[in-house]
Design a protein around this ligand. Structure first.
Ligand code: FO1
Length: 311
């Protein structure tokens, strides 16, 4: 039984590898929902959708998000009306948001709707949002203005300096049904190579999750999303530095050491292994950049073995 904490693209790639080497029915992915937003009255859960589409074989791997073979008829028509079209929702993708929004409006929980979508898309992994309650990541920019996460990420192309990040609603949120039990029961808990601040951070901010991980610290294996000081995708490196952390595997280790026993770092960071160990984590060096599903399966095997060796 494996439980993974997941953000978007990096997590989806590793999960695709994990289900190559483990029975998907034994894998639970707890997914960040701090990126969620309501737009045009629709509830959009970008990280859940990236994981759903990737495991369901429908993700546009080149763009990184949304569905393969996508068309944009609705967005073009919306733009022509003067509607908000900076957050691009493709025609196929819209079906997901329509389905989710309709079911939520009928009173279904986000976890129930996620299970329905997973079934419909042929995803066997147990996919759960971190919480059924709204948690919204808010980013304060250097000029003091606070914006919702997607305004920072998409509208401003995460090309602006950040002074702080908070997770609105987290204090009052409960972990979704099964989240704490999945951490408690797992042979291995994987912290996927996702942004430590805005992808893993919101999951840790849900009351009870951090303590549940800390209680299983020896079984928790994190994969560094930082390779040779840089993020493979997105603004993790800049965010770490702007918020006072080192943009390196040492910086990641300092954040994760309280609740994770092992950090998997890329071969490029082999020389940093002593620094990771000095920060309090066992360090495993491996090829961690996933160019293919085969790479992901090899990394998944490394992660699994690392957890076994830590016991
Ligand atoms: N990312 C973009 O860079 N531009 C977009 O217009 C955009 C639209 C979008 C729509 C649905 C969805 O599920 C994801 C979308 N993303 C878009 C990606 C999203 O911003 C990121 O996946 C994250 O939230 C960061 O993990």
């Amino acid at each position: 039984v494996i439980t993974a904490l997941a953000g978007g693209v990096g997590a989806a790639k590793l999960l695709r590898g994990l289900v190559r080497v483990h029975d998907p029915a034994g894998v639970t992915a707890v997914v960040n929902t701090g990126d969620d937003l309501v737009m045009h009255g629709l509830h959009i859960s970008p990280d859940l959708d990236t994981v759903l589409y990737t495991l369901g074989g429908r993700n546009d791997d080149e763009r990184g998000w949304g569905r393969r073979g996508e068309t944009w008829t609705v967005m073009e028509a919306l733009g022509a009306l003067g509607g908000e079209d900076w957050f691009r929702l493709g025609d196929l993708d819209l079906a997901t948001h329509l389905y989710r929004s309709q079911r939520l409006s009928q009173g279904a929980s986000l976890s129930a709707v996620t299970a329905e979508l997973a079934r419909a898309l042929g995803v066997d992994v147990h996919l759960v949002p971190m919480s059924d309650d709204p948690v919204r990541t808010k980013v304060t920019l250097r000029d003091g203005v606070e914006v919702p996460f997607q305004e920072y990420f998409v509208r401003l192309h995460h090309d602006v300096a950040v002074s702080s990040v908070r997770f609105e609603g987290a204090d009052a949120a409960a972990p979704a049904p099964g989240v704490l039990a999945a951490v408690a029961a797992a042979q291995t808990v994987v912290v996927c190579p996702s942004n430590p601040i805005v992808s893993i951070g919101p999951i840790l901010a849900v009351p009870g999750v951090r303590a549940a991980l800390a209680a299983r610290r020896d079984r928790v294996v994190a994969v560094s999303p930082i390779v040779a000081g840089a993020a493979l995708k997105g603004p993790a490196d800049r965010l770490l530095a702007e918020l006072g952390h080192e943009s390196s595997v040492r910086g990641v280790a300092e954040l994760y050491a309280p609740f994770a026993g092992t950090l998997v770092v890329d071969e490029a960071d082999g020389p940093m292994a002593p620094a990771v160990e000095a920060a309090g984590m066992r360090c495993v060096v491996a090829a961690s950049v996933m160019h293919s599903v085969e790479d992901a399966a090899v990394l998944a095997q490394v992660v699994t073995e690392a957890a076994l060796a830590a016991r």
